[in-house]
Design a protein around this ligand. Sequence first.
Ligand code: ZN
Length: 239
Amino acid sequence: MTVEGTRDVGTEPTEVLEWWRNGERHLGTALGRLTDEEFDAPSLLPGWTRQQLLAHVARNADALVNLLTWARTGIETPMYASPEARAAGIAEAAALPAPHLRAEVLAATRRLADAVATMTGEAWSAPVRTAQGRTVPAAEVPWMRCREVWVHAVDLDAGVGFADIPEDVLAALVDDVFRMWDRRDQIPDLAVFAGDREWGTGALAVAGPLPEVTAWLTGRTAGEGLQADGPLPQLAAWL
Ligand code: ZN
C-alpha cells in the first residue's frame, strides 16, 4: 500500500539506475575519444558503422523514453511505431554530420534522464511492452538501456573494452544472456565459471575471467581467453 502523496521508492530500480548513469558516462568517454573523421568507419559490430551504431544508441534512448511515458500516463506508446520506422530513424540520424550526431546522442541521453527523473514508484511498476513483444514492468527499462550503453561503448572500437565494465554489470549481462536463452528455450549445454560466479549446469565446462566470459556470451568474441574441456559451441545471438 502506498500512502497518497508519498513517493514509493520500493519499486525504483536503484542499483541499476546507478549502473545506467555510470554507463552513460562511460559511453560519453568512448564518444569523446573519437574524432569527427573517425565516425565514418566500421564499428566492431559486423555490418554497422560507428555512425549507424551511435544513431541506434540515440534512437534507443528516445524509444525508452516512449516506454517511460507509457508507464507514467497509461497511454500505449511503443518503443518504435514499426520495425521499418526504427530502421528509418537510425538511417536518418546516421546521415547527420558528425558534430550533429554527437550532439544528438547526448541530447537523447538527456531526454531519457529527464524522463527517468519524473518516474514515481507507481510508474516504475506499470507494465509496458518491449520491441521484442515482452510485457515487463517499467522498472526493467533502465536495465534495457544499461546493457545498450555499456556494450555499445565497446562496440564503438574507441579503446574501451569489457575489462572496463564494472564486475556487477558484467555479471548482470551474463545473467541477461542466460535469461534470454531460458525464455527462448535454447540454453546451450554449458556450465560457465568466472571467479566465484557460475552459470548453467550443462556438460561443457567453460572458465575464464569475467570480462572474457561476458564478451564471448554476448557474441563479441569467439572465446579468446577462455578455457574449456571441449570445443566451444556456436551461441545463439543475444539481442
Ligand atoms: Zn543495441
